[in-house]
Every structure is written in C-alpha cells, then in structure tokens.
Write a protein that binds this ligand. Structure first.
Ligand SMILES: Cc1ncc(COP(=O)(O)O)c(C=O)c1O
Length: 420
C-alpha cells in the first residue's frame, strides 16, 4: 500500500509570498456542498480582476492556491536541492486526488506529462485484434487521430474508421454503432470536442464498444472541471486528462486512468525506473531506504498498478500545481460548477443568436459543454479587437471559440456581446 501524505507541507517559509488569501472569506471553509460564492471565487482567481477571460479551453488561469503551491515548491528546491522524500508523497497524493475526481482508485492512476503521452502509452500497450480496426471521430483532438493512423502505418491495425460529423456538428450515435464491429480493437473518443464543443454520448459509445469487446479510451480534457465525471459509471477502460485547461492547473501534468481489470492485458513497449514494481516510490511506500539496495537490472517487472505507464522523473513543479488545482476543484460542487457554465454559455448563445451570428456548436442540451464556437469572417481582427478591450477568446479557422468557466459572470458575457 502507498503511504501518501495529505497534510505534509514543505517545512520552510517563503521569503515573499506571491499572493495573500482573503482571510475569513474563503468559500473553501464551507466544504463541497455549500453553494459557490462567486465574488470570493473571483478574488481567488487573479485574472478575473484584469480581463474577461474566455479561453479556458486553451489554458485555464490559475487560482492563488495553485500559484502559492508552485512558489513554495520553488523555494524548497532553492533551499534544499533534491528532496525526494518530500516530493514523492506529493506525486502519490496528486494521483489519489485525480482518482477521487473521476471516481477511481489510486492504483488505477498514472501521472504522465501530457495527454498526448497518455494516449501514446495506451497505443503502445493494447493488444490489437488481428486484421482489426480502430474507430475514432474527426471531432477528436488531432493527437487522438494521428496516433491511430500511425498504428495502421506500423501494421498494428488494418483500418482506421474516422467518423465524420454531420451538418449539425455531431457524429450521431448510430454512426458509432455502424462503425464498431467484432473486429474493432479500440474506440477512442473525446468527452467534449475541442473543435466545436460537442459533448459525446460516452456511456452509450462505451456500451456499444464493449458489446464487441473493444477497448474504450476517452480524453476528458474538456469535460473534467466542467461537469462531474465518473469513469466507472461511464464504462470507459482508460481515460486521459490534463490539468492546464478547465482544471486551472499548470502545463506538464496529466493523468492516465486504466480500469484495474484491464491493466493486466496492457503491456507497454517502454519501461523506466519509475514504472517498475521495485521503484523508488514503492520503496518509499514500504518505508524502505530509496537507494538502500541495488535495482534489479536483470529482470525488472513492470509495476502491477497503473504506474507501469510512468517512465522517468516527473515534472514535480507541475505536479505540485496540479495537486493544488485538484484540491481546489474538489472542494467545490461539480454539479454547481456545471450549472454555472451552462448559465453563462446560455446567455452567450442567446446573445449571439440575436446578433444573427452563425453558431457552429451543437445546441441540443445533452451536447452542450463549456465551449461555444461561432463563425467570424476575420477571426484574427476580432480577437485583436477583443484583446484591446481586455476580453480573451480564441481565434480559430473562420471562427471564434469562446470558453467561459464557472467563475465567469453574465456581466462579462454582456461585455463580450456588446464588443462584438
Ligand atoms: C481534447 C484535447 N486533448 C488533448 C490535447 C493536447 O493535450 P496535451 O498537450 O496535454 O498533449 C488538447 C489540447 O488542446 C485537447 O484539446
């Protein structure tokens, strides 16, 4: 069993704290069930005092607690240099917190640098059916497409079935049903499309895939932090998620969940010193000296748990921030965050319709997410104009992508609409 270390903090003080908390005001003290006090939340997210920030699908802005955690780590590194005894428990804790976020166990979670490497880890590990196929959607993020074409090039799969969206921006469920068959090795799908914000029917897709004994991979980058996710209930076999968007953590930290019943069949074609059964983390968990005995260089076994996907050293500075981000989000009610996202995006959609803007995001309620995309003839000019008014959106191909979060207000949406 892992030791973990929820409460331990670095043992020294910073010379200069980055930000001060609003003492006695924090909504955190009221626990996850209390309703969110958005004025206080906004004080904890510094960007809100500078601009109307609507690019959470690009990079989420950090809270003060994330900034301070990173700052503390930097001071620790400055003052002590190597400090694995303190850092390794933080890595274990961050995995545990991610597991809590998606309703899975610590042993099912690996800490990886980014979503692309999580998907690559899976692609290198899965048993492909002979002469099989892989089913994906064009709404997936490019990594979740490139990777599967590469498997075809390397001869691991016969075919890649790339489903196309219809005129409403959706890949209907019956298209998945038609494409998935007994030869399907893998179905890989994004919870929410980066491109048009379409939310996929993950549970239904996973059910169809499992009827054909296919392995289901889901990328929840635009889902986690926006709406509650339970990977077990959703029935996915593996889930990858980064921290730098809706979770408002730093770049360089992501997590890979794999269902414990499927772990045994996953055999990565790489291995590193943190991915073996007798790793330094495992030694720490057993309260052994980290470097007190030689490593087995003759026949080291991959870790029995999901850490087999972890190769070399972690970006501790990122993980420290990710841990603080997870703690921050876990203190809030996920359903309430979701309702707030829907409320602000509803207002945006209504306003865009009134202005006669063509919305490219599917608008059926079950397809909605935090992303709203609309057509724009000169997105770069629109982006620049909005930027000059301290409004941040993302410019895309002939379109503007707006991705408000739970901390945005209806007044900010009105400001954006007025500027358009
Ligand atoms: C859905 C989705 N998955 C993956 C990525 C890329 O993730 P990473 O940079 O962590 O590999 C992105 C980036 O925007 C994304 O939108």
């Amino acid at each position: 069993m892992y030791l973990g270390n929820g409460g331990r903090r670095f043992s020294h003080q910073l010379a200069l704290p980055l930000y001060c908390k609003h003492e006695n005001e924090s909504h955190h003290s009221r626990g996850p069930d209390a309703s969110l006090n958005i004025d206080l939340v906004r004080k904890e997210i510094p960007v809100t005092s500078r601009r109307a920030y609507f690019d959470n699908a690009g990079t989420g802005p950090p809270s003060i607690s994330v900034l301070n955690a990173i700052h503390e780590y930097l001071a620790d590194w400055r003052d002590y240099g190597e400090n694995w005894e303190e850092w390794l428990p933080l890595i274990i804790d961050s995995r545990r917190l991610f597991g809590k976020m998606i309703g899975v166990e610590l042993e099912e979670v690996a800490s990886v640098p980014n979503v692309s490497s999580a998907l690559t880890a899976l692609a290198s590990s899965i048993k492909y059916k002979p002469n099989g196929n892989i089913v994906i959607s064009e709404l997936n993020f490019p990594t979740n497409i490139y990777l599967w074409h590469l498997q075809k090039k390397h001869g691991r799969t016969n075919e890649v079935r790339l489903l196309r969206k219809d005129q409403n921006g959706v890949v209907p469920l019956d298209e998945w049903e038609k494409a998935i068959d007994d030869d399907t090795s893998i179905v890989s799908v994004d919870y929410v499309s980066w491109m048009n914000g379409c939310r996929e029917k993950i549970r239904e897709i996973a059910k169809i895939a499992h009827e054909h004994d296919a392995f289901v991979i889901a990328d929840s980058f635009h889902g986690l932090g926006v709406f509650p996710i339970n990977a077990k209930q959703d029935g996915v076999d593996a889930l990858a998620c980064g921290m730098y968007k809706w979770m408002q953590g730093p770049h360089g930290a992501a997590y890979l969940y794999t269902h414990r019943e499927r772990l045994g069949e996953l055999d990565p074609n790489y291995i590193g010193w943190h991915g073996v059964e007798d790793s330094v983390v495992r030694r720490l968990s057993k309260q052994e000296d980290l470097f007190g005995k030689p490593f087995n260089i003759d026949d080291a076994e991959p870790a029995v748990d999901a850490t087999r996907f972890e190769g070399g050293s972690w970006g501790v500075v990122s993980i420290v921030g990710a841990k603080a981000a997870l703690e921050y989000v876990l203190k809030q009610d996920q359903q309430e965050r979701h309702h707030r996202v829907l409320r602000v995006t509803d207002r945006l959609i209504d306003g865009l319709k009134k202005k006669g803007r063509r919305i490219l995001t599917p608008l059926q309620s079950e397809r909605r997410s935090g992303i709203v995309v609309f057509e724009d003839q000169d997105p770069q000019a629109t982006f620049n104009k909005l930027k000059s008014l301290n409004i941040t959106v993302a410019s895309r191909v002939k379109a503007i992508r707006v991705s408000p979060h739970y901390y945005n207000t209806e007044e900010e949406i009105d400001k954006l609409l007025a500027a358009l």
